[in-house]
Design a protein around this ligand. Structure first.
Ligand SMILES: *Cc1c(COP(=O)(O)O)cnc(C)c1O
Length: 331
């Protein structure tokens, strides 16, 4: 099975912004871009993206999950990066058009079609280190993906990092390339030094998120996760899981909590911890590493509540249970 995100549909959809307006969208080959080497994005990182999925149901119809939430976040990212503002209706039509084009190639569950809208500043102006790009390119790639947990849901080893941070705090809620570049060095070091799979960034002791996923702690009937603020990415999966947890009668606590509280709770039998994001939905955490000591979460293995919440979300995505929140768009 090819690694996640390495197979692409041969065509993508794109639209260009210049002279203060968006072009008509067009479907073009997905294996090349024509870009001036002085393009703003290549020098000053004017780039943001989204990640969402389309699912095939048993009757063959294809649905996109929470597209409006991802479009709203793309608009927010673009605005915070001073990129041209994205017309939400236009992007929605683009996404539906390209997903429809490859509807027949949308994998059956547990696979899906991963959708990657991307927005980049294209103005050739290397003098614009402190000024926005006046032109941009918005394109959407498609990548069919398989079962994230084909080898079973193995619990991750996660390093708790209190000294650094994932990205500059005012960039936290922007889904932008520079933030991943900023976290890559620390994550690579955590892999070699601690055999950690991820870093959970906890600046000043405040439990935040990992390099590309939100963090939730499950203690009995309660879910605890950091309250939304502008320092971290507002995950659509996070919001979906919290909504489902409330539906299931769980207590949802969105509040700040410390590394000390996290480690105290993690030691209790029955506690679970998980990372949430579109690619894997919920990935269990089995071990925390903190100041060179290891702490097992619960029994150190994937827990039942994590599995139940993931299944409940998959059931909606896969059309096996009612979509009571109106999260699916039929294409
Ligand atoms: C994409 C992302 C998430 C998860 O967001 P979803 O909308 O759930 O996929 C969380 N944190 C970071 C830093 C991300 O890039």
């Amino acid at each position: 099975m090819a690694a996640f995100g390495t197979v692409f549909m041969p065509q993508m959809i794109q639209a260009r912004f210049s002279d203060n307006k968006w072009s008509e969208s067009s479907i073009v080959p997905s294996d090349k871009l024509e870009l001036h080497p002085g393009a703003h994005v290549l020098h000053y990182s004017s780039t943001c993206f989204e990640g969402l999925k389309a699912f095939r149901h048993e009757d063959g119809s294809v649905y996109i999950f929470r597209m409006d939430a991802n479009i709203a976040r793309m608009q927010q990212s673009s605005e915070l990066l001073s990129l041209p503002s994205v017309d939400g209706e236009m992007l929605k039509t683009m996404i539906i058009d390209i997903v429809r084009q490859y509807a027949d190639e949308t994998p059956l569950p547990p696979g899906s079609m991963y959708i990657r809208p991307t927005h980049i500043g294209t103005e050739a102006a290397i003098g614009k280190a402190a000024a926005p790009s006046m032109s941009s390119l918005l394109y959407t790639l498609l990548s069919p993906v398989g079962d994230y947990f084909s080898g079973g849901a193995t619990a991750l080893r996660v390093l708790l990092e209190e000294d650094g941070m994932r990205c500059a705090p005012h960039m936290g809620m922007i889904k932008s390339g520079g933030n991943y570049a900023s976290a890559l060095g620390p994550i690579s070091a955590a892999r070699t030094k601690h055999q950690a799979d991820q870093i959970l960034f906890c600046p000043g002791g405040d439990v935040q998120e990992t390099g590309a996923a939100n963090f939730i702690l499950i203690d009995g009937n309660e879910i605890i996760t950091k309250a939304l603020d502008s320092t971290f990415l507002h995950g659509v999966t996070r919001n979906s899981i919290l909504t489902i947890a409330k539906d299931l009668g769980m207590t949802v606590s969105e509040r700040n909590f410390s590394v000390t509280e996290l480690l105290e709770r993690a030691a209790k039998p029955g506690t679970e911890a998980a990372l949430s994001g579109t690619a894997a939905v919920l990935t269990p955490v089995g071990t925390f590493i903190h100041n060179d000591k290891e702490y097992q979460v619960g029994n150190g293995e994937a827990g039942p509540t994590t599995a139940r919440l993931r299944q409940a979300l998959n059931d909606i995505q896969w059309g096996k249970t009612a979509d009571t929140h109106g999260w699916l768009t039929k294409i």
